[in-house]
Design a protein around this ligand. Structure first.
Ligand code: BTN
Length: 241
């Protein structure tokens, strides 16, 4: 069985994964990789632009047999952790962090983004399309992307995109399908801003507080200046960096 299907060009790997699911050609664990994306999609309906040949654009198809939608936040956290594990294997000095909810950051700059598209019915998760965009071999970014960083900019070496994609696919599936009971402790070590006073916006109001956890509902837990703890869903809070 083919584990990873590579394309020279696609509109979007998430869209191709969706098409394969609609024609029942997509099995659990199949990954779609594109050298070039012409209509890459990002979070919040934004476009995701990437440099052909330099960027990792991949979607992993998940078809659970009996998964409650309440477990989707944990799925999303495990995807981030899988990416972190691979980055640590590439170079243990990279020091990547998971910027809640779905970004991978290094030194306050974005290295990778995740867009997960889910299909639910009969109160079960029918499938998930886990889209991952990672800056791998880019040497510069446009002025509009000054908060971006690539593996190459961090290590001074170019990396094999297919090798990284295969490793991420494997690590994510191991976390999702395996029985790892201690993944959460590992995840907590990589929370961006953990233990630090950070600024956020909630309903146009400034929220200042210490990042203390991400809970199993996928909420960011913050200790506010008055000492009380609050947990926020991702649509309720925006980082101010
Ligand atoms: C974000 O906005 O941070 C998420 C970006 C996700 C981009 C990836 S690239 C592979 C996959 N295909 C897409 O169209 N989007 C995701």
């Amino acid at each position: 069985m083919q584990l990873l299907r590579s394309y020279s060009s696609l509109d979007s790997t998430n869209s191709e994964a969706h098409r394969l699911l609609m024609t029942n050609e997509a099995y659990h664990g199949l990954a779609i990789l594109a050298f070039k994306q012409t209509e890459g999609r990002g979070q919040h309906g934004r476009a995701w632009h990437s440099e052909p040949g330099q960027h990792l654009a991949m979607s992993i198809i998940i078809r659970p047999t009996d998964m409650s939608p309440s477990l989707l936040p944990v799925l999303s956290m495990k995807v981030s952790l899988g990416i972190i594990r691979v980055l640590n294997k590439i170079d243990p000095t990279i020091s990547p962090k998971i910027k809640w909810p779905n970004d991978i950051y290094v030194n306050e700059k974005k290295l990778a983004g995740i867009l997960i598209e889910n299909n639910l019915s009969a109160n079960k998760v029918q499938h998930c399309i886990i889209g991952i965009g990672m800056n791998v071999n880019e040497q510069t970014f446009a002025d509009s992307l000054q908060r971006a960083i690539s593996i190459r900019m961090l290590t001074n070496e170019s990396s094999d995109i297919v090798d990284i994609a295969s490793a991420i696919r494997q690590e994510v599936l191991t976390l999702l399908d395996g029985d790892d009971k201690v993944w959460k402790k590992e995840y907590q070590q990589y929370i961006f801003g953990f233990g630090e006073e950070r600024n956020f916006e909630n309903n146009e109001m400034l929220v200042k507080g210490k990042v203390i956890d991400v809970d199993d509902h996928g909420r960011l837990c913050i200790q506010l200046e008055d000492g009380t703890n609050h947990a926020y869903y991702s649509h309720e809070l925006r980082w101010i960096l």
